[in-house]
Design a protein around this ligand. Structure first.
Ligand code: FMN
Length: 206
């Protein structure tokens, strides 16, 4: 069976994006060699200049697509300033792409705390030790910061730093793309006027 035949039926006939996304992500989990939840995250700075980097998708549902980061990082500052973002998944093994964009909101403290607790101890220490996106004079300085926080939190729970939390993109559009012969790919885009609105579907030329 080829990758393009995995999802049952013709995906362009689908009328709802979240279930379709869940199926495609599940298939990517089964076929990608690593990080099927890796996604390019685009933001804009205060001058409107775009910026892009990879993050890991840590949750999604009807409310949106969630990832976690340092709020004092470049992306954190851009998201807090402009409050909008876009994502692009590319699953090479499946020859599929999903794009989405919309306004962002901050996840609740409860949500961030719950996810932070699931992270490896070293990653929780790292969230304290890394001043993400700011100049670092040497690897040694980072290792020293890790050692200091390891000693500080040697006993008991490691609290979530106030500067570390999650953002949720509430998509106004989600596009599904699947490779077809001779670059005559299949594309459908779901659109809605507001995050509470109903989806309309548009099929597009490749
Ligand atoms: C596969 C992959 C996954 C990543 N996941 C995250 C993530 O979930 N959160 C994060 O803050 N950085 C993640 N990074 C690092 C970011 O790409 C980036 O280097 C870092 O967050 C700083 O970005 P900024 O300076 O634009 O804020 C990931 C990198 C890769 C290659």
């Amino acid at each position: 069976m080829s990758a393009n035949e995995l999802t049952s039926g013709d995906f362009t006939e689908r009328n709802e994006p979240f279930d379709l996304f869940a199926e495609w992500l599940k298939e990517a989990e089964d076929s990608e060699i690593n990080d099927p939840n890796a996604v390019a995250l685009a933001t804009v700075d205060e001058d409107g200049l775009p910026n892009v980097r990879m993050v890991l998708l840590k949750g999604f549902d009807q409310d949106g697509f969630v990832f976690y980061t340092n709020f004092e990082s470049q992306k954190g500052q851009e998201l807090l300033g402009q409050k909008k973002a876009a994502m692009c998944f590319h699953w090479k093994t499946l020859r599929r792409q999903v794009r989405l964009r919309g306004p962002v909101e901050i996840v609740t403290d409860e949500e961030a705390d719950a996810y932070f607790k699931t992270r490896a101890r070293g990653s929780r220490i790292g969230a304290w030790a890394s001043k993400q996106s700011r100049p670092l004079e040497s690897r040694f300085a980072l290792e020293k910061a890790v050692a200091e926080y390891t000693a500080r939190y040697a006993i008991g729970e490691i609290p979530r730093p106030a500067h570390w939390s999650g953002f949720r993109i509430r998509p106004l559009s989600i596009e599904f793309w699947k490779d077809q012969k001779f670059r005559l790919h299949d594309r459908i885009e779901f659109r809605r006027a507001s995050p509470e609105g109903d989806w309309t579907k548009v099929r597009m030329y490749p």
